[in-house]
Write a protein that binds this ligand. Structure first.
Ligand SMILES: [Zn+2]
Length: 98
């Protein structure tokens, strides 16, 4: 199943960037580099949990990321989330009971 990505207006994008900057600071969520120090560095809205799993534009699932971090992460699950899933994995839940 594919979920169509709802396009965001420039205004809505700017508003979300302001909200996220107020919450997390004006820096990339992943590399922590400051956007203010480098005005040329493009900041992007990144879905922390990939859009195909959690579609939409909920602020709870959005972080500010520089373009290179956003491209590097692509559609992958964030590493801390993958660790959490592995930590809660129970082998017995996946074995058939006879
Ligand atoms: Zn970055």
């Amino acid at each position: 199943m594919s979920v169509a990505r709802v396009a965001l207006s420039g205004e809505a994008r700017a508003y979300l960037q302001c909200v996220l900057a107020a919450r997390d600071g004006r820096r990339c969520f992943y590399c922590r580099r400051n956007f203010r120090a480098r005005p040329g560095r493009r900041k992007t809205l990144d879905h922390y949990i990939p859009h195909r799993i959690w579609p939409g534009w909920a602020v709870d699932n959005l972080v500010l990321a520089c373009e290179s971090c956003n491209l590097a992460k692509a559609d992958a699950l964030p590493l801390p989330l993958a660790w959490l899933l592995l930590a809660t994995f129970r082998r017995e839940n996946w074995e058939l009971t006879a």
